[in-house]
Design a protein around this ligand. Structure first.
Ligand code: AMP
Length: 427
């Protein structure tokens, strides 16, 4: 199957070739003809499947010759859960639409209204937006949605998780009844099915990522390690393997900040990505990570949703998510579109139930990796977790002495900081 067989015109085929893609991914092979044919689409696809191009390319083609009339009304609306995803979708529109006279605005909260209002006034074709801010504009009468022909809900499951359903419904009320609808979701809860039933008209159903079966390209492993040793293990893994680009997940924003500081103390350049960060700080963190000046990006689930980094080699679950589906989203950041990736979960005794739920969802066991110096059984891990590391410094079992082989290497700079860092203790 090649892109030329999907019905894309020459301009878009060239755009695809310029992006270096030779073969359509499964969602593209099925999605592009369906969208071109004007069908509604219900797609089960996680990030990494090429879903963005699957809707962006045919949308650009369907917009056709938009002419250069000023003050034109938007005809396509893409709703996304996060600012990052909105920015990335808009970037894809720009990349694939280079050379086309299509105007796109990306609309999200946390930044001023002024430039967004100006963009609406100038006239545009495609809006990529998060629901809350778009609704603000709608209510203030800044934008006219009466000419929307195509609606895309991207990562709909996450939008519902984030409580956007009412905003989405209010936005939809403002759209013309006759339009084409595309719904993309990684998981299919009852709420998503309900939304799909009310929104979609005889949709083409595309299921490229059978639910709960993450890409085969991800090499998944679990390391059982006491909570108090996780940070040391992480620094050691990154340092001894010379990993240059590592995405690390924590459960909380606070945990992300703390881990980031600890990694910096270990001499590793790190940045945190989470919802409490300003838009500027998030962009800076992501740009630093992409360019290589930031080696470790520590993210929470929501912040990491949809970030698009080509061929991300290493994803570390520093803490397991308590929602098993989030594990699949997390490891979906690696092994993307044909490149292999590694996903390692650091699991302490308290997280065993999370691991059990994740394995149940995956319908298989994740292989256990033992690392010399950290190869503690989960039960031992549990026991160690119960000990305050500050009190246990002089009282460690032989197996947990930081000076012995297999323990994390001492920091290259600054003498015994390795031990000092340990003394700061738990995560
Ligand atoms: P997405 O699932 O839309 O986030 O896309 C995941 C990644 O795959 C992005 O980095 C795209 O640039 C890339 N990609 C999309 N389509 C293809 C393709 N047909 N071949 C190779 N890479 C692709």
């Amino acid at each position: 199957m090649s892109f030329s067989e999907l019905g894309l015109n020459q301009t878009l085929q060239t755009a695809v070739a310029n992006s270096g893609y030779t073969t359509p991914t499964p969602i593209q092979a099925r999605g592009i003809p369906a969208v071109l044919a004007g069908r509604d689409v219900l797609a089960a696809a996680q990030t990494g499947t090429g879903k963005t191009a699957a809707f962006t390319l045919p949308i650009l083609q369907k917009l056709g010759d938009v002419g250069d009339k000023r003050g034109r009304k938007p005809r396509v609306l893409v709703l996304t859960p996060t600012r990052e995803l909105a920015a990335q979708v808009a970037e894809s529109v720009h990349t694939y639409g280079r050379g086309l006279p299509v105007r796109t605005a990306v609309i999200f909260g946390g930044v001023g209204f002024g430039p967004q209002v100006d963009a609406f006034r100038r006239g545009l074709d495609i809006i990529v937006a998060t629901p809350g801010r778009l609704l603000d504009h709608v209510r203030q009468g800044n934008v006219d949605l009466s000419a929307i022909e195509m609606l895309v809900l991207d990562e709909a499951d996450r939008m519902l998780d984030m409580g956007f359903i009412h905003d989405i419904r209010r936005v939809i009320e403002r759209l013309p009844a006759k339009r084409q609808n595309l719904l993309f979701s990684a998981t299919f809860s009852g709420d998503i099915r309900k939304l799909a039933r009310t929104l979609l008209n005889n949709p083409e159903e595309i299921d490229v990522a059978p639910r709960n079966a993450p890409t085969e390209l991800v090499d998944q492993k679990v390391v059982f390690v006491p909570k108090s040793r996780k940070r040391a293990l992480l620094s050691w893994l990154i340092g001894s393997n010379n990993w240059r680009q590592v995405l690390v997940f924590t459960r909380t924003k606070h945990g992300a900040n703390r881990l980031c500081k600890q990694l910096e103390n270990d001499g590793l350049s790190a940045a945190a990505l989470h919802g409490n960060k300003s838009q500027g700080a998030r962009t800076k963190a992501l740009d630093g990570f992409k360019s290589g000046s930031v080696r470790v990006l520590v993210a929470t689930d929501i912040a990491a949703r949809g970030i698009d980094i080509d061929a991300l080699p290493h994803v570390i679950n520093f803490e397991l998510p308590n929602v098993p589906e989030d594990y699949i989203h997390r490891i979906g950041r690696t092994g993307r579109a044909g490149s292999e990736g590694e996903a390692l979960a650091l699991v302490d005794g308290e997280e065993k139930t999370y691991l059990r739920d994740i394995q149940r969802l995956l319908k298989r066991e994740i292989p256990v990796l033992t690392i010399e110096g950290f190869d503690l059984q989960a039960q031992v891990a549990q026991r160690e977790d119960e000990v305050d590391p500050r009190q246990s410094q002089g009282n460690r079992r032989p197996g947990s002495n930081p000076g012995r082989p297999g323990a994390p290497p001492r920091r290259k700079r600054g003498g015994n900081r390795g031990r000092g860092a340990r003394r700061q203790g738990s995560n």
